[in-house]
Write a protein that binds this ligand. Structure first.
Ligand code: HEM
Length: 433
């Protein structure tokens, strides 16, 4: 079994223990598959950036299950195909283009909080999940006002459920079997496919730029003039749904938890909002002045990185930190451990947004902090996500304080991404003006 059992029983405890007991470079094995755990920024940089061309995504990402959902989208494709897709998709995420989405982000947040009552108890994790899904669906399909779009959101919620269960691995391994769950999964993917393809066909018929992510991807031309096929567009749309909402929602949920547990930081957060936003609706132009809110988000992703580990597979034999690494080795790096390493962060377990000064960032080894990954496969949506998280926090925080419900334990649950086990229960307090 190698370390399979220990890893499955308590993945976070296991990867911490291994680092403590064996150091920065650790050999291991899952069943018959050799695995290497790397904890030091130098080696992390080597795998993700400097020698990235010798690595593909780890085998865990190559399951049928994943394939059926996101096909050959950016997250999963490799080689020339990935390069072309990245070239075609990146422009849609440039800073000046994503500015258009700021209003959507604020409006949807406002719509969510419109029904909030002073004193009511809510689950901030669930609220943030719903919100970020609506936002990413709208940013992709802003021009489509049909119910179809809401329908996509609803179906997606059902679809990603299997990821939530501890049994993910089993689910993935068994996904060729025609069990009721798998049949239902296939039916739901088909339903979304139909809607997405219909929207693509309609958009192709009307060539005008709707300003949303889909039109940008539809318009994008490669150097040789070629464009994305319907299938590629579909795969990218599904990838953006999947990659673009849970990670953001989790950071927001963890941030509410951290603010609720750190009264000084929370006070400073509200003081910044009062000063910068006051009574007006938050806008894109406010972002550069929401400095402390940005520091909060960075610190939140340090302590609770939604992507708490990344995996790669070596294509050819290579050498890492002086050790020979044969082709086929699965290499893992863990934001969860390295971002709490006392060699790089003083009081590593403490929530200290103030640490994120320009001088500190300039001093920090590049791969001591990598919530968005790094190198060529770094998150394409990082600026989009930062903008979204800051605007959502500002829009909610402008009118409300979220007080943690006492006696509701918040524990980490490492599923596909790092979730709060039983949500983040909060009492909503309307701010008095
Ligand atoms: C807090 C929010 C987010 C976090 C922490 C996050 C994290 C990451 C990480 C760590 C990777 C690299 C995976 C690897 O190297 O194996 C990644 C890739 C990716 N992310 Fe994000 N992400 C976030 C938000 C978003 C958003 C909002 C979008 C899109 C709307 C997005 C789209 C993608 C895509 C398409 C990739 C694949 C890029 C490629 O391989 O070329 N992400 N993300």
């Amino acid at each position: 079994m190698g370390v399979m059992k220990e890893f499955n029983r308590d993945s976070l405890g296991f990867i911490e223990r291994v680092h403590r007991d064996y150091g920065d470079i650790v050999w291991s094995r899952f069943l018959y598959v050799p695995a290497l755990f790397l904890y030091h920024p130098n080696e992390i940089e080597y795998v993700l950036a400097t020698n990235a061309k010798n690595f593909v995504k780890a085998m865990t990402l190559r399951s049928n299950f994943f394939q059926r959902l996101v096909g050959n989208g950016l997250l999963t494709s490799e080689g020339e195909e990935w390069k072309r897709q990245r070239r075609l998709t990146s422009p849609a995420f440039h800073r000046h283009r994503i500015a258009n989405y700021a209003d959507t982000m604020v409006n949807y947040t406002r719509r969510m909080t419109a029904t909030w009552q002073d004193g009511e108890t809510r689950d901030a994790h669930q609220d943030m999940m719903r919100l970020t899904l609506e936002i990413v669906v709208r940013c992709l399909f802003s021009a489509d006002v049909s119910n179809d779009v809401d329908h996509v959101g609803e179906t997606l919620k059902q679809l990603v459920k299997p990821f939530a269960s501890q049994a993910t691995l089993k689910w993935i391994l068994n996904n060729r079997l025609p069990t009721p769950q798998h049949l239902q999964f296939n039916r739901q993917v088909k339903k979304i496919d139909e809607v997405v393809y219909r929207i693509i066909t309609e958009r192709r018929a009307h060539a005008d730029d709707a300003g949303d992510l889909l039109s940008m991807m539809l318009k994008a031309r490669d150097e040789d003039g070629s464009q994305m096929s319907d299938q590629q567009l579909r795969d990218e749309v599904m990838t953006l749904f999947l990659a673009g909402h849970e990670t953001t929602a989790l950071t927001l949920a963890w941030t509410w938890f951290l603010l609720g547990s750190n009264p000084d930081a929370e006070k400073k957060f509200h003081a910044e909002l009062d000063e910068v936003i006051g009574e007006h609706e938050p806008t894109f132009e406010d972002l550069p002045r929401l400095k402390f809110t940005e520091q909060i988000v960075k610190e939140s992703m340090r302590l609770y990185p939604p992507a708490y580990g990344l995996g790669r597979e070596a294509i050819n034999d290579c050498e890492i930190g002086g050790y020979p690494v044969p082709a086929g080795t699965q290499v893992f790096v863990f934001q969860w451990v390295t971002q709490r390493d006392p060699r790089f962060f003083d009081e590593p377990q403490a929530f200290k947004p103030e640490r994120w000064t320009e001088e500190f960032e300039a001093r920090l080894p590049r791969y001591a902090y990598f919530p968005f990954g790094g190198g060529p496969r770094a998150c394409v949506g990082a600026s989009f996500a930062m903008m979204e998280m800051i605007l959502v926090l500002a829009t909610i925080g402008q009118r409300f304080r979220l007080e943690l419900v006492r006696d509701h334990p918040v524990a980490v649950y490492p599923a596909m991404s790092l979730r709060p086990k039983d949500g983040v229960k909060v009492t909503v307090r309307q701010k008095i003006r």
